[in-house]
Design a protein around this ligand. Structure first.
Ligand code: RAM
Length: 346
């Protein structure tokens, strides 16, 4: 996992992107089209980034990486997306990318099937489809840029919660949208890992905060009411982890109910510092945006077709190889705690 100082520092630029996203006006200016500096891309490369939703700091960080990689490739760049993390909200943006004949669409899917028709039409119109973060069915895209494998994410979350609650007691999952491909894959793997490894931990419920702060906060309150014996909440979404920690930090459950899962250091910092959260995990979402964009560039230029064994260069991240089913793996999750959180800024 690469958390170089340069990359971490680049997270500062997130502020501008976040401001645009929160104002509901994604940048559609098109960046530096047609340049040739530093990339192997020939012809016009135009990259459209379509996250699950706008206004999520996780995807704002991915945007920083995607935009920088686009610039390096001489591509025009835009980010578009819905304010709510729904598949319906994504379809119109996919259709527009097809109509505008963008050369590549880099998308985190809110549903594995529901956006497939639109993606297939875009693909027929010549748009290369790269999923990142949350995949579709494999036949609806050219490549999936996977942040970490599901077994690795299950293990890191399982070991974190087990350590924090003494390997026994009731645990609930606070997930994102009910149809989010990544979340459901990780939750299945988590349940299997915990059942196999920690037989005294009982997963009592999975609830969905829809990657919406208020909904996630309300779901946390409801979990604590429904399960008075609850020992921990595992949230495999950065939105959910931050909302759960915020709720617990000012409730009687502080110090009684552990919160862990996947979070960004900037969103979790105050809850680590106030003792609500002991440790959590993530990869670098900026690197994920970078890698996805270089992969898109390699597809558009014809350097790769997305076949297993294809290799491509991803700037400072180095060289990557396409694995089975068109999947490219970024790396392993990383654990953040009070000792290291001060080193990160994203
Ligand atoms: C949220 C989103 C995203 C997920 C991260 C961990 O920002 O649900 O898809 O990968 O959390």
């Amino acid at each position: 996992m690469k958390f170089s100082v340069k990359r971490v520092a680049a997270g500062v630029a997130v502020t501008a992107a976040a401001a645009l996203a929160l104002a509901g006006c994604a940048d559609t200016s098109g960046g530096s089209a047609g340049g040739e500096e530093g990339g192997s891309t020939s012809g016009d490369l135009s990259v459209t980034l379509l996250p699950k939703n706008l206004g999520n700091p996780y995807f704002d960080a991915s945007r920083v990486g995607a935009e920088a990689a686009s610039e390096d490739l001489g591509a025009s760049f835009e980010e578009v997306g819905p304010t709510e993390a729904t598949p319906d909200g994504q379809v119109s943006y996919i259709n527009t990318a097809a109509q505008q004949q963008r050369s590549a669409l880099v998308v985190s899917a809110n549903d594995p099937n529901a956006i497939c028709d639109a993606l297939n039409e875009a693909s027929d119109a010549g748009v290369k489809i790269v999923t990142f973060d949350s995949d579709t069915n494999a036949d609806c895209r050219d490549l999936f840029i996977n942040q970490a494998d599901a077994a690795g994410i299950a293990k890191v979350q399982g070991d974190l919660i087990a350590e924090q609650i003494g390997e026994e007691g009731q645990v609930a999952i606070l997930s994102a949208a009910a149809n989010a491909t990544n979340q459901n894959t990780w939750n299945d793997a988590f349940e299997t890992y915990v059942a196999d490894t920690y037989p005294d931990i009982e997963i009592v419920d999975t609830v969905y905060g829809d990657d919406d702060d208020q909904t996630s906060y309300d779901r946390t309150a409801a979990l604590l009411q429904t399960y008075p014996e609850l020992k921990g909440i595992v949230s495999p979404t950065t939105v959910g982890s931050a909302a759960a920690a915020r709720y617990i930090s000012t409730s009687d459950a502080k110090g009684e109910v552990a919160v862990t899962g996947l979070g960004t250091p900037n969103q979790m910092r105050e809850y680590v510092e106030d003792g609500t959260v002991e440790a959590f995990a993530l990869w670098n979402p900026e690197d994920l945006g970078t890698l996805a964009t270089y992969a898109a560039g390699a597809l558009v230029s014809g350097d790769i077709t997305g076949a297993e064994g294809d290799t491509f260069a991803a700037g400072d991240l180095g060289e990557f190889t396409v694995g089975a089913d068109g999947v490219v793996l970024l790396g392993d999750p990383f654990v953040f705690d009070a000792d290291n959180i001060g080193d990160f800024d994203f």
